[in-house]
Write a protein that binds this ligand. Structure first.
Ligand SMILES: [Zn+2]
Length: 152
């Protein structure tokens, strides 16, 4: 009890002297955000960044918002398409898409048949690679990333 009181008194006393400091920092810190355009620290209530003049709040007011997942799928589409066309028999294009089981099947068929199976697997991969590349980014994302379509 005594200690608690003492501590309370101490903080009470120091609060009087620190009061000014704390007020400053409590106003500064939570009210700071980062400009989404130039990343400058600005007042959280600011509607327009004083550094670059870009309006805050709306995420991307003028540009059409591209889902980052779709953008990433676009890169995977290129990689998987090219791997399907050139290395289709190894199933690498499936692994790029996270389609592990079909990828393992293609790889094993190619390897376990001493390469004979690599011919049909290569043709499948070639067709799949072309199918991937012929799709739009959104279609590709819906079909292979969301839908996890295993074949073609
Ligand atoms: Zn800015």
């Amino acid at each position: 009890m005594y200690r608690y009181d003492l501590a309370g008194n101490l903080t009470g006393k120091s609060a009087a002297t620190q009061g000014a400091d704390e007020e400053e920092s409590s106003v500064d810190q939570p009210a700071t955000k980062y400009c989404f355009a130039c990343a400058a620290p600005i007042d959280a209530r600011a509607e327009i960044c004083p550094k670059c003049g870009v309006r805050q709040g709306g995420q991307l007011p003028q540009a059409a918002p591209v889902d980052p997942a779709v953008r990433q799928a676009s890169g995977n589409k290129m990689a998987a398409g090219l791997c399907g066309i050139f290395l289709g028999a190894l199933g690498i294009h499936k692994f790029i898409l996270g389609l592990v089981t079909p990828g393992v099947i293609m790889l094993l068929v190619s390897l376990l048949t001493c390469g004979i199976g690599a011919i049909p697997m290569g043709i499948i991969g070639l067709i799949e690679g072309i199918v991937y590349l012929s799709k739009s980014d959104e279609e590709f994302y819906e079909t292979y990333v969301v839908g996890k379509k295993g074949w073609f």
